[in-house]
Ligand binder design. Sequence first.
Ligand SMILES: [Zn+2]
Ligand SMILES: [Zn+2]
Length: 200
Amino acid sequence: MSDTPRIHLGSLLRTAGDAHAEGELDHLTYLQGDQSQTLQFAEPAPFEIEINSLEGDELYLQGTFEPTLIMECARCLREVHVPLEIELGTLMRYDPAVQEPFLEEADTGEEVLVFGDPDLNLSAYLAETTLLAAPLSVVHDEACKGLCQVCGHDLNEGPCEHMAQVPVEEIDDQLGIPEGTTHASQNPFAALRDLKLSDD
Ligand SMILES: [Zn+2]
Ligand SMILES: [Zn+2]
């Protein structure tokens, strides 16, 4: 298992052809501005990448990356494993003046991976691609009850004393979640209400 996904493009840049790289990553470390960021994966994430030379300084990258991203449940913060199957397909441009590879938006709106080091580090590219493919938020279970807004108690493990004191509607407002999705199962009248709705 390697820490840094790299692909060697030296000979590809000298003579047209293709280059291949594959491996497994248990995390990705990349720079965002000056900050070092890390994406953790729940299990070794296989990648397979092929790069072909096109006209001039342009190349084309294609392949697959299958990370299982570790995210947090939006309601109770429990760890959630999100398996992703990413198809890679990105235009690339070689510019020897470039230090760190970056994604640039071309006139066509297409993203172009610009790089200057023939020993190309794909960490930032794979990290950005992963974040784009990941859902904005996840819940560990559709029926997750979340945390008590007063004491932080995990309501999946049972009610806390505040449940009796804070009206259900008020809790829902605080959570910003439409009434009925989070606390319906705790509301003894939920079943009755559903019954009424289906009559309409
Ligand atoms: Zn949850
Ligand atoms: Zn509480």
